[in-house]
Design a protein. Sequence first.
Length: 207
Amino acid sequence: KTLIAAVNSILDQTFSPIELLLVDNNSEDKSLSIARKLSDTDDRIRLLGEKKQGVARAMNCGLQNAGGKFIARMDADDISHPQRLEKQVDFLHRNPKIGLVGSEVNYVAHEKNTAGFNRFVNWVNAFHSPEAIERSRFVEIPAVNPTLLFRRELYEKLGGCQHGAFTEDYEMLLRYLDAGVKMAKLPEPLLEWHDYSTRLTRADKRY
């Protein structure tokens, strides 16, 4: 139900050129047929399939097939601000020592039990500098993962997501920071972060 809006938020970006990789990870609803129709209407879209189940494996499928100098990721139930990619790419061009850049988020709750998520969002939106991210990295994941844009060379050097009994995005980010990669966040919300009951953060026991 959310896929079309998510895709359109990337296709409508002010930054150009882009490629949009849609990774189908054994979906059992109408997502694959929707994705096929979307890819037929815009040649910037590439539809990929990953038979090995898991968000880490789906992420790696996208990483292995991405051709860009910069790589951004987003979940199928989120919405990117129209200037997200333009602002993040511009930031990395102006700051060559920074490897990853995220942003603040607008949190959109779809559940009643959201006090914990609100606390996390208020916390993660409150700091932006590489130094603050270094200090905070063991408190919780110091950036909302679907806001991230990073240099392709980091993936080529340090690898992608690892699949295991842990949160794959947090592990990947800690591994990059441990290797000395600097990360910053733009002090503005560039993503609508939707909190549905079906999202893995709520439905997967590892989280």
